[in-house]
Every structure is written in structure tokens, then in C-alpha cells.
Write a protein that binds this ligand. Structure first.
Ligand code: NAD
Ligand code: SER
Length: 311
């Protein structure tokens, strides 16, 4: 990313944004976090922005001389099923607004994340390749897949330097997640410490690709710093660190809290999880911009419990 860029982050109050803003401030001149929700505590340069308000986003780009946009605002998979039309609008119309602004104002770069949700029941489940069947079964996945194709289109046709990652389920201790299928892997740590027990809405043997937040933030910064000529994927890169089932994360927690217990009460999110890959092949990211993850399941568990215990 440009050393002295003015950066707008949409959806900055969410699980990723809350951590990405600080990381971007370390490498950028001025970061403008924005969200439809006002922050609980005062935040430097915060701008209230509904990403469906195209005119306001355009005004912000002009007024604050924005040069890069990290477009995080979205409705995640579980919440998306509650209101599919809202998910479609928030997740896709806003992507087009950002890409249009990037083309019009010749922004240096834009980052628009995608997800493992672009894959569906017909996709190879293990070590899912970069290029394979993408036939998502959720409205969230449909919006993310369409968004990926628009990113690729704006790169090819309008020269927009757009970059994207298909994040796996993200786990962090600083913020609660915002309504995804993979959220159980965050909730479980909170409940393990508070109640010593967790009722899990995913079946015990359903594996999903996951990543600890410090790895996800570093991946984002590193992708944005990569020389453009190294990047062959302008839709979205597969990205991977670890895969585990609820039974495996429970076993990892038991190493620290031996009395911890878990029950399985699968709901509609279990059905969503079963349509997603178990593990991901991210060799393109490793080859082209040298992606390396740091955290495996046990290392993440140790760090999560240590940090949450201090909360
Ligand atoms: P989140 O749900 O925690 O945060 C999303 C933020 O967007 C919230 O703060 C919400 O207030 C805001 N928002 C919602 N509607 C808005 C609107 N109309 N205008 C402005 N802001 C609005 O999500 P997250 O986990 O931080 O995800 C960020 C991005 O990363 C999303 O695009 C998501 O699809 C993607 N992603 C996340 C994960 C994950 O596990 N967290 C995995 C894959 C992809
Ligand atoms: N973690 C996200 C979700 O579960 C995947 O994009 O919705």
C-alpha cells in the first residue's frame, strides 16, 4: 500500500475493521474509519457512512482526498439468510459504488474481501483449488461471488488495482463477530471461560477453514504491499491457515480447561457450513506474494484464552 495514502475503511466497526484500522495506521498517513453504526468510544477521524449512500461516499472521497478504500461493510452469511434482499444490496451495490469511485478518481488501490462462501455443495471439499466450481448456496456466497467477478472486471476493463482475499472463518479476541456461520469458533472461547460449557450450533465433525486474526490482518497488509505485477488473481485469492471441527477446537480448549464440556445442537448454520470447503489450497497466495501463516489451532487457543482471561 502507498506509504502516504489517505485511506477510507468501510464497515470499520466490525470484527476485521476494528483490528485492521490500527494496522493500517502503522503504514499509512491518515485512516478514516467509517461505519453505519457510531463507535462506542470516540475514534480518530471516524465518519458515519451507510455504504448504500453513494452520494455520501463520493463526497467523502472528494472531501478527504481518499486514495485507497478498504471496503469491509457487509452482511455476513447467517444474518444474510434473515434478510436476503438487504444482504444483496449491502454486499453488492456497495462493491459497485467502490469500484466506480476507484475508476473515476483513479484511486491507488482498493481492497474488497471475499469468502470461502463463494464455494458450494458441488465444490471439491478438501484442499479446494483456487479455480474450481463456485456455485454458492447462500445469498452471502452469491453476493461474494458476484463481487469477485466485478473486481476482476474492473481490473481488466478499467485498470482498477483491486485486491481481494477469500478469508476463511476468522477468530479474534478483540471484537465479537457480526453474524457469520464460523462465529462459533469465537463464542466457544468466551463460553469456555465464563460457563465451562458450550452449546455448539455446528455438528461435531464438520470441518471448516479458519484463521487467527493476527494472520488475517498481516495477510491483508502484505497483499496490499505486493508489487502489482506479481499478482495474477484479481478476483480473489484463496487464503488458508488451519482447518478444524468443533470436536477438535473443544479438545484444544480442554488442554487448558480440562473440565470444559460441549454439546451439539446443530441449526441452520450447520447446513450452511456443510456447503463450504473443509480445507483450502492457497498455493497461489503462497507463491505469488509469499503468504505464510503463523498460527495453528493450539497456538491460537493458547493466545485466545490468555487474552480473554485478562478481559
Ligand atoms: P462484521 O459483521 O463484523 O462487520 C461488518 C460491519 O459492516 C459492521 O460494523 C456493520 O455495522 C457494518 N455495516 C453493515 N451494513 C452497513 C452499511 N449499510 N453501511 C456501512 N456499514 C455497514 O464483518 P467482518 O467480519 O468484519 O467482515 C468484514 C468483511 O470481511 C466482510 O466483507 C466479510 O464478508 C468479509 N469476511 C469476513 C470473515 C470473517 O470470518 N469475519 C470471513 C470471510 C469474509
Ligand atoms: N466467517 C464468514 C461467515 O461465517 C465467512 O465469510 O459468514
Amino acid at each position: 500500500m502507498n506509504k502516504r495514502a489517505n485511506v477510507l475503511v468501510t464497515g470499520a466497526g466490525g470484527q476485521i475493521g476494528s483490528e485492521l484500522v490500527a494496522a493500517l495506521r502503522e503504514v499509512n498517513n491518515i485512516v478514516y474509519p467509517s461505519d453505519i453504526r457510531a463507535p462506542e468510544n470516540p475514534q480518530e477521524h471516524f465518519l458515519q457512512l451507510d455504504v448504500l449512500d453513494k452520494e455520501r461516499m463520493r463526497e467523502i472521497v472528494i472531501e478527504y482526498e481518499i486514495e485507497e478504500i478498504f471496503h469491509l461493510a457487509a452482511i455476513l452469511s447467517a444474518k444474510g439468510e434473515e434478510n436476503p434482499m438487504l444482504a444483496w444490496r449491502v454486499n453488492l451495490e456497495s462493491v459497485l459504488t467502490v469500484l466506480e469511485l476507484a475508476a473515476e478518481f483513479k484511486l491507488f488501490k482498493v481492497f474488497i474481501p471475499s469468502s470461502i462462501a463463494v464455494f458450494g455443495l458441488g465444490t471439491p471439499k478438501d484442499n479446494t483449488p483456487q479455480n474450481t466450481i463456485t456455485a454458492p448456496d447462500t445469498v452471502y456466497g452469491i453476493t461474494k461471488l458476484a463481487g469477485e467477478r466485478w473486481c476482476n472486471y474492473y481490473y481488466n476493463k478499467k485498470g482498477v488495482d483491486v485486491r481481494s482475499l477469500r478469508y476463511p472463518g476468522l477468530v479474534g479476541y478483540k471484537t465479537l463477530p457480526g453474524g457469520g456461520t464460523t462465529d462459533y469458533a469465537v463464542d466457544i472461547y468466551h463460553k469456555a471461560l465464563k460457563d465451562g460449557h458450550y452449546d455448539c450450533y455446528i455438528s461435531k465433525d464438520v470441518a471448516m477453514p479458519m484463521m487467527y486474526m493476527p494472520d488475517a490482518i498481516r495477510a491483508t497488509v502484505e497483499l496490499l504491499q505486493a508489487p502489482p505485477d506479481n499478482l495474477t488473481v484479481r478476483s480473489s485469492y484463496n487464503l488458508s491457515a488451519m482447518s478444524f471441527t468443533p470436536e477438535q477446537i473443544a479438545a484444544s480448549i480442554k488442554k487448558h480447561i480440562p473440565t470444559f464440556t460441549i454439546d451439539y445442537k446443530p441449526d441452520f448454520r450447520d447446513d450452511i457450513a456443510r456447503t463450504w470447503p473443509s480445507s483450502i489450497d492457497d498455493s497461489a497466495a503462497r507463491r505469488e506474494w509469499n503468504w505464510r501463516h503463523e498460527y495453528d489451532l493450539d497456538k491460537m487457543t493458547e493466545d485466545m484464552l490468555m487474552n480473554l482471561e485478562g478481559v
